[in-house]
Design a protein around this ligand. Structure first.
Ligand code: FAD
Ligand code: FAD
Length: 462
């Protein structure tokens, strides 16, 4: 067994770990990043990027199928078809380019990337095994960035026709019937994509609403799309297990029935990888299954940090990245702590949902006296020209001075508004600030200005 030493050892090269490695290298820290997979983690290999590639391909195909009939735009297309194996190969090409890009960025920063499975020996030492060879790495500080994995239901174990998002994003044939268990963002993003690709999709959700984390005003346009695509939505219904040719479910009144399914996609949440890699042997404090961290990402053991999904919700790539960057700076001796006002979150459904800061309900729960302003895309010229009139922008502002504490939107392409939303909240903008900013016309972003004007009581276009 050979030995390596470094100042900073990062276990996991997902968005949290690789950003930590790049920033550490930039700061002149001798750092090593370890991963058993190609660099980029869940996000790049089987998460954010592959799902957005599939969503894009499905949308392009769906447009053509719409133009196959009567299109108000006067566009006609003949019998479109899709070769999903080629779509997946195209997606894999993007993933490979990004894998190479991450490896190149680490190299440019002077950070070493070691490929292999890490096992903690103690809080400063990790054994990395690749095939037959083993290397022991000893570091002054360690970052646990091992991410998360799909939750498996005991009565629907992965295997055979029961798949997780990872397998769903690599299918080379569109299943005829697809049952999705869990109407969270992952299930809905993938379910909508497969419905657009021609699968007959059913969604089973134990709660009485889709996307239970969001308020119903935001999810209503998504529900409309599900119905429009012919997706069967079974709310207040629990998956029970496989039945002969599909999925056995139980409705709220206790009735049991079977839903036909060539594939059953289980998306009932993600579990932090806080026990793999022998992390459990370190005896770190936890909150449920997540490693407990403070506002500097320190765990309960001196010199051991945790970032990203392994350190709990919200399990989002950009949160992991921001934590990774911060920890590298702390290890370099900078005075840093988590002082973000908001983490934007985007649900890439059709239409998209973006949330940032507090919802009206959250604000009330926090004891704030707030007013809201809402502007519908049905009154926005750009949205009309894009056939995207469903949805709205909503601002939540403190009544006393108009300080913006939350922004939400639902609508086609609103993910790109997430930057403006986060900037407004981080910079402490007020509704009269944004109301006075000239927003280019015609753009959906005018909805942001108009929502602020609505909160002030003088929207111009409604
Ligand atoms: P991960 O990306 O999970 O990386 C952890 C890494 O650690 C992995 O590469 C793993 O191989 C490695 N590892 C673990 N244990 C060991 C070990 N013992 N030895 C060596 N290596 C090890 N987030 C968004 O912000 N936007 C989205 O649109 C979005 N879409 C998603 C879609 C899907 C289908 C999924 C599944 C997730 C999506 N996410 C999205 C969530 C996002 O992928 C995660 O929040 C993000 O990847 C977390 O980053 P991380 O660095 O904490 O961990
Ligand atoms: P979830 O969103 O957890 O949804 C799973 C669904 O499955 C639930 O609705 C559950 O009721 C249902 N279910 C479970 N068991 C069964 C069964 N037997 N039968 C039928 N249905 C069942 N985290 C936060 O804490 N707060 C946030 O506001 C937040 N917002 C996010 C926004 C975005 C855009 C993203 C990408 C992530 C967000 N997250 C948030 C993190 C998210 O919760 C986690 O990344 C992850 O758990 C989501 O995975 P999922 O879609 O598989 O599951």
């Amino acid at each position: 067994m050979s030995d390596l030493t470094c100042k900073l050892l990062i276990v996991g090269a997902g968005p949290g770990g690789y950003i930590c490695g790049i920033r550490a290298g930039q700061l002149g820290i001798d750092a090593i990043v370890v991963d058993e997979q190609k660099p980029g983690g869940t996000c790049l290999n089987v998460g954010c990027i592959p799902s957005k590639a599939l969503i894009h391909a499905a949308e392009e195909f769906h447009k053509l199928t719409r133009y196959n009939g009567q299109s108000p735009l006067g566009i006609r297309a003949e019998q479109p078809s899709i070769d999903l194996a080629q779509t997946v190969a195209w997606k894999d090409g993007i993933v490979s380019r990004l894998n190479a890009g991450v490896a190149g960025l680490l190299k440019k920063a002077g950070t070493r990337l070691v490929t292999g499975r890490a096992t903690f020996l103690d809080g400063k030492t990790v054994k990395v095994t690749t095939g037959d060879s083993t290397v022991q790495i000893r570091a002054q500080a360690v970052v646990i960035a091992t991410g998360s994995e799909p939750v498996e239901l005991p009565f629907l174990p992965f295997g055979g026709k029961v798949i997780s998002s990872t397998e769903a994003l690599a299918l080379t044939k569109v299943p005829e019937t697809l049952c999705i268990v869990g109407a969270g963002y992952i299930g809905l993003e993938i379910g909508i994509a497969f419905a657009k690709l021609g699968a007959k999709v059913s969604i089973v959700e134990a709660e009485d609403r889709i996307l239970p984390q969001y308020d119903s005003a935001l999810t209503r346009p998504v529900l409309k799309t599900l119905h429009g695509l012919g997706i069967d939505v079974h709310l207040a219904t629990k998956a029970k297990g496989e039945s002969g040719d599909g999925l056995a479910v139980e409705t709220a009144d206790g009735a049991e029935k079977g839903l036909p399914a060539d594939r059953i996609l289980v998306t009932v949440g993600r579990r932090p990888r806080s026990e793999s890699a022998n992390i459990a042997s370190l005896g770190l404090a936890t909150d449920g299954a997540c490693l407990r961290i403070d506002d500097t990402c320190r765990t309960s053991m001196n010199g051991v940090y945790a970032i990203g999904d392994v350190a709990g919700e919200p399990m989002l790539a950009h949160r992991a990245m921001a934590q990774g960057e911060m920890v590298a700076e702390i290890v370099a001796g900078h005075r840093r702590s988590w002082d973000k006002r908001c983490i934007p979150a985007v649900c890439f459904t059709d239409p998209e949902i973006v949330t940032c800061g507090l919802s009206p309900e959250d604000a009330k729960g926090a004891g704030l006296d707030v007013s809201t302003g809402q502007f519908p895309f049905s009154a926005n010229g750009r949205a009309m020209t894009m056939e995207a009139e469903d949805g709205f922008v909503r601002v939540v502002a403190r009544k006393s001075d108009g300080l913006i504490v939350g922004l939400q939107a639902v609508g086609s392409g609103v993910s790109e508004l997430s930057a403006a939303f986060a900037v407004a909240i981080e910079m402490g903008a007020r509704t009269d600030d944004l109301g006075a900013v000239i927003h280019a016309h015609p753009t959906q972003s005018e909805g942001l200005q108009e929502a602020c004007l609505a909160a002030l009581g003088h929207a111009l276009h409604i």
